[in-house]
Design a protein around this ligand. Structure first.
Ligand SMILES: [Zn+2]
Ligand SMILES: [Zn+2]
Length: 217
């Protein structure tokens, strides 16, 4: 089961980085990428160590991730900024990229750079650039979001032997890490099918790009 969750985490990671070409090559972006790698490493660590105390996150990041091979090398800011970490419980209604789950509870991990600020600023800048992509790339990103939602439906069913009813169900139970964004401002909807389980229980639709199975680029 954990392997499947890892695949979902990695799929989100890859879909995030596949737009890297847009982000340019300055220190701000390299620092953001470094901190996003730390975030992804901690997520993988927490999948394997579900009972890790949030108070230990900083120690895990500074020693555990590299030693445990959740990160290939220590990450740093190219401008010489220092990283600091803090956490707070995540509310039930917010699903930011920097949310992590441990011991069944969700936390927001703040990864601050003394030069470049909080990681949310980096994520927000990247999102802005994606809204400026050509429409075919926006459609491609939307399709990959809908495939991720399909995968989450399948994982939910395998774990709970019941079908997720809504996007909120997938988010609140951690099967989707963060709310997927359609860069053409579409919203995602699950339309229950007459029969079928897991990934086959629903049609996944975007209000702009349409049904995943019928979509044409
Ligand atoms: Zn920095
Ligand atoms: Zn869409």
């Amino acid at each position: 089961m954990r392997t499947y969750i890892k695949i979902v985490v990695l799929a989100l990671f890859i879909s995030f980085f596949s737009f890297r070409a847009f982000a340019g090559d300055d220190h701000f972006n390299k620092c953001g990428e470094a901190r996003n790698l730390i975030l992804c490493g901690l997520e993988l660590y927490l999948i394997d160590h579900m009972d890790a105390a949030p108070e230990s996150f900083e120690k895990i990041i500074n020693t555990g991730l590299v030693e445990g091979e959740y990160l290939s090398a220590p990450q740093s800011c190219p401008s010489g900024g220092t990283f600091s970490y803090s956490f707070k419980p995540a509310g039930d209604d917010i699903f930011p990229r920097n949310a992590v789950t441990s011991g069944g509870k969700r936390y927001i991990l703040e990864i601050n750079c003394s030069v470049h600020g909080v990681i949310d600023v980096y994520f927000a800048e990247n999102e802005k650039k994606k809204f400026a992509m050509p429409s075919t790339e926006k459609a491609g990103a939307c399709i990959s979001n809908m495939k991720t939602i399909k995968g989450a439906l399948e994982l939910y069913y395998m774990d709970k032997n019941a079908d997720a009813r809504s996007m909120e169900d997938l988010l609140k139970n951690g099967y989707l890490k963060c709310n997927p964004t359609c860069y053409s401002n579409g919203k995602y909807e699950l339309k229950k099918r007459a029969s079928g389980f897991g990934a086959a229980s629903c049609d996944v639709e975007c209000t702009v790009h349409g049904n995943l199975e019928k979509i044409k680029l």
